[in-house]
Ligand binder design. Sequence first.
Ligand SMILES: Nc1nc2c(ncn2[C@@H]2O[C@H](COP(=O)(O)OP(=O)(O)OP(=O)(O)O)[C@@H](O)[C@H]2O)c(=O)[nH]1
Ligand SMILES: [Zn+2]
Length: 187
Amino acid sequence: MNVDHEKIEKAVRMILEAIGEDPDREGLLETPQRVARMYEEIFQGMQQDPKEYLSKIFNEAHEELVLVKDIPFYSMCEHHLVPFFGKAHVGYIPRGGRVTGLSKLARAVEVVAKRPQLQERLTTEVADSIVETLKPYGVIVVVEAEHMCMTMRGVKKPGSRTITSAVRGVFQKDSTARAEAMSLINH
Ligand SMILES: Nc1nc2c(ncn2[C@@H]2O[C@H](COP(=O)(O)OP(=O)(O)OP(=O)(O)O)[C@@H](O)[C@H]2O)c(=O)[nH]1
Ligand SMILES: [Zn+2]
């Protein structure tokens, strides 16, 4: 168990009371426990480190781009605790034969998404965890997302998308390499 169920249940009950609901009416009776179970699931990245997955390295003599694109993710905006969700594109150029399983790139996205987050930090954490584990020539991470805090409330701009990127190593210095990766991502 990675969250304090009892605390969440108490808090949800208080929120229900605070909005004028009756937490003891039939439909809401199990809601605090449900929310606790849900938070355990959607915040499970709090207890995980993306590097645990990425450090499962094997040897393959490929020193060209590896790109996994359109990785779907769901995260929770740390300001409003409502979802933001979209797709992540993760690419790297292996160095010294150090490659990892393709699914580990998606797992890294999954781990950092399952925390109270900012899109910028999610993007950076994926890029830096790859740099630290695989020590590649370069890393490029592009994330596109829709933020529920901008659509269902506040400024109310449904359909607006936020795009963030983090580039490391060769992708910072070499605009041709970066443009090539970006064109594959946008293709
Ligand atoms: N940079 C960044 N901002 C975010 C992200 N998710 C939500 N936000 C923004 O966080 C800001 C919080 O602003 P505040 O003024 O403190 O909160 P607010 O009064 O609810 O703001 P509004 O959303 O403008 O109504 C808002 O502008 C959100 O759009 C994110 O991933 N990255
Ligand atoms: Zn927000």
